[in-house]
Ligand binder design. Sequence first.
Ligand code: AMP
Ligand code: MG
Length: 419
Amino acid sequence: MLQQAALPVAEAQRRILARVPRLPAERIAIRDALGRVPAEPVISRLDLPPWDNSAMDGYAVRAADVRAGRRVPVALDLPAGSTAGQVLPAGAAARIMTGAPLPENADAIVPVETSAGPRGAGAYADPGEWVAFERVPAPGHHVRLRGEDVRRGDTVVAEGEPFTPARIALAASVGSAEVVVFRRPSVTIVSTGDELVGVERAGEPDRIVNANAYGLAVMVERAGGVVAATPTVSDDEAALGEALQTALGSDVTVTVGGVSMGARDPVRPALARAGIELDFWRVAIRPGGPTAFGVGPGGRPVFALPGNPVSALVTFELFVRPALLRMAGHRACFPRPIRARLAEAVDPTPGKATYLRCRLEPDGAGWWAVPAGHQGSSVLSTMARAHGLARVPDSGRLEPGAPVEVWPLSDEPFHREEP
Ligand code: AMP
Ligand code: MG
């Protein structure tokens, strides 16, 4: 077989993003849009606020009519939700609540706290009664102007800006009951191995639980994808070929296991037979070197990940997750690394970037990256303890305190018990 030099991690990531397609758009209810990426800008149909309105509970007045301490009649009562276009008579005040439309001829709001009526200072007067104000307000005081937040025709959420709670609230405010977003990628995870069983058979002789079917499925979901199926097949090229035929109907196929140089490893021959053109099949990384990527019919991406559970989770995170994000329309598909200082000395692996499972411990100004324990590629407990992957390049021993970049895996370190 043709030998290929192992690709540097960033080069492999670039090649993947260069080849994965963005998925077509679909229209969904705004309520379902959290985390989805708009394929079209959300454009406002309305001015926000829709009319000039009060920013305070109190009285609407014409500033020029007010004299400090002078009694004026309360002519109108305007709760939130009252109709726009009511007219304030000259020399009068209108009782008004926050958000209510300003009556015509009014140009300022006096908060109730600085007024006095028949029931004393700060107590509301009823329509037909009188009110007096401590001070003369400046025109425009406590008035929210029509369109000061958003104008009709404004883009309120741009294409490519993922929906957050505030963007969903804003889109709803301007009348977007539905939005157009990129579709979520569907993913089939094909596990290979005669030894693999479901969790219900844990502890059976000669069998191990298909940990990857569980871990990778939730990683797909956390990355915004949809799990189409998680078949497990034996180490048999024909069985794998059959599973691949079905898997290739989903947007992304991920095989796991059977990709190294084992005598019975069926993945590469099965991929070739299924017409999948491999872009690369070795990455200069530890764990996870025997990772392959290619495209199948219709340009659909296919990943072949190594079976060791840590290798599978790490390579999914570094190579598959960015692809899923890009397909779903994200522009920023890689986490910004966290700068930390390494707590222990580490020797690099020659010719490879090592991704060290670490805990992140806060250190006043920054972070310590504390290796989480045994770094073997089958040792899942260290992966479970880790907050991130510290990148150790192939450029000499790192001493304690050396700066490292950490790829975050969890938001646990960014939360604390105290408020
Ligand atoms: P492979 O990549 O198939 O050579 O597998 C390497 C190691 O990972 C072997 O010890 C397998 O038993 C183990 N392994 C492979 N696939 C899985 C899986 N889906 N879940 C848990 N362990 C696996
Ligand atoms: Mg295997």
